[in-house]
Design a protein around this ligand. Structure first.
Ligand code: OOG
Ligand code: NI
Length: 471
């Protein structure tokens, strides 16, 4: 077999993302309604905001908008995480970023599996926020042992998907039939199972320790717990949600509303209470409830440089310090007020953000730049070319997640705001060991994308090199 018969990982990812979305719409009908609401809102926003529509056209994001979504799963062991890494590898997804949520009272650490190159992201931006339960944070030894026993007994992958992953690694790809089979088999891992693997009393013990522990270890597999479409106006969708019978959480996580959105804003609807059955030692089933699956929407803005990110983190921290208590429905108005006051110091136009090196951008040659190609001086600087309108810049979209926001999403759908302070510090090295690979630093990816766009400009304009000062 030669490489030309292999289906591109991008295509497998796109197919898988579609299949996952179809499965989740069947499992959670409210998600289907949310997708429609987001699609309708996006259409309206694009009709009303010609400048935004134009920008998304130039960056190509307009073509990926309708298919753009992320999912989230939680696993319990290093073996599960390692195999997931290999499974996502078949679809061209790598582990990007390390998120420690223990500092926010959630006993997991996480990464996001996603495509890394802008051309691949353009085909399918599908990402999966993947958390590993930190069993070592469970103080109760009996519960920890029970959890470990349950995890060691289960196999969350089908035999066939394991074979296909191995085949992919051995031959360097999958042909069309294998790829199709892979999508169907891989999906099984993320399916919802209403029959728990534990008795009602075991479930209760796990649940009393932490709801997350019960969710991760008491079922056959890491059911997908939400899928999140990307909206162009989260405030609008948030206020339209109740009218559609989808009550959102009180607070939109992340930065405030701005003219030039930065990073990521997110909101979710509460986890559903679902019927499950527990399996008693005598084999009988007992009816019960479990809530894990929810819905979420997100609005993505420009990715920030380390300097921009430090400013973001500082302003968010200042807001939370001033608020003193966790942001909830009762203090939402005050929270938003403090947030927008604090963020006044964060420049809200792309030109200033670029000048101050707060954000990453992509650069594109203009028609008049291309027309002037033969007249350009080799020593032209980027700023001069921008001033001449020979080059324009567009915000580079943030493809990742935010730990404080993620913790807020976890807490709202776990239904309790328990601010346990875990003593044991997290370790990226321990996570990477469980993963069987290092996680990619997302900042390097943004820098590379920016750099590639500058190289493409230089080439198109017949210049030897173009650089920004951002390193
Ligand atoms: C993941 C919560 C985090 C996000 O978008 O930040 C998340 C989970 O609940 O498993 O999905
Ligand atoms: Ni999410």
């Amino acid at each position: 077999m030669t490489a030309q018969y292999f289906v591109s990982p991008n295509e497998i990812r796109a197919k898988f993302s579609q299949a996952m979305s179809a499965m989740y719409q069947k499992e959670v009908p409210l998600y289907g309604r949310l997708i429609e609401l987001v699609a309708e809102t996006n259409r309206q926003v694009l009709r009303e905001d010609a400048a935004l529509a134009h920008r998304l056209q130039i960056t190509g994001e307009i073509n990926r908008l309708a298919m753009e979504r992320h999912g989230a799963i939680r696993v319990g062991s290093a073996e599960e995480l390692t195999t997931l890494r290999r499974l996502f590898g078949v679809m061209g997804m790598s582990a990007v970023g390390y998120y420690d949520l223990a500092t926010a009272g959630v006993p997991v650490h996480s990464t996001a599996f996603r495509a890394v190159h802008e051309t691949d992201l353009q085909v399918s931006p599908f990402r999966v926020f993947t958390s590993l339960l930190r069993l070592e944070l469970i103080e109760n030894e009996t519960i920890r042992d029970l959890a470990q026993r349950l995890l060691s007994r289960r196999n969350i992958f089908t035999e066939r998907v394991l074979e296909l992953i191995t085949l992919h690694e051995a031959q360097g790809g999958l042909d069309a039939t294998q790829a199709q089979e892979f999508v169907i088999q891989a999906l099984e891992t993320f399916r919802w199972h209403s029959l728990a693997t534990v008795s009602a009393s075991e479930y209760q013990q796990l649940h009393d320790q932490h709801r997350l522990v019960a969710d991760v270890v008491a079922f056959k597999g890491p059911h997908i717990n939400h899928l999140t479409p990307r909206t162009l106006d989260i405030d609008r969708v948030q206020s339209a949600m109740p009218g559609q019978g989808i009550p959102p959480k009180a607070i939109i996580e992340g930065p405030p509303t701005r003219n030039c959105p930065i990073l990521l804003r997110q909101t979710s609807f509460k986890a559903l209470e679902e019927d499950v059955a527990f399996i008693e030692p005598d084999g009988y089933q007992v009816a019960g409830h479990h809530s894990a699956r929810f819905g979420e929407i997100e609005q993505r803005g420009v990715a920030l440089t380390p300097k921009g990110r430090a400013l973001y983190d500082r302003l968010l921290q200042a807001t939370n310090d001033e608020l003193q208590t966790p942001a909830t429905e009762s203090n939402a108005a005050r929270y938003y007020q403090l947030l927008s006051e604090n963020f006044r110091t964060f420049p809200d136009d792309y030109a200033t953000m670029r000048e101050q090196q707060l954000a990453w951008f992509r650069y594109f040659p203009t028609e008049c730049g291309l027309a002037a190609k033969d007249t350009l001086d080799q020593h032209c600087t980027l700023d001069q070319l921008i001033a001449l309108d020979y080059i324009r810049f567009q915000p580079l979209v943030y493809e990742d997640f935010l730990p404080v926001s993620a913790a807020g999403i976890f807490q709202s759908n776990l239904g309790d705001i328990r601010h346990t302070q875990y003593e044991k510090t997290s370790s990226r090295a321990a996570f990477e060991q469980a993963l069987g690979a290092t996680v990619i630093d997302e900042l390097e990816l943004y820098q590379q994308t920016q750099q590639r766009s500058l190289q493409a400009c230089a080439q198109a304009l017949g210049l030897r090199a173009l650089n920004t000062l951002i390193t």
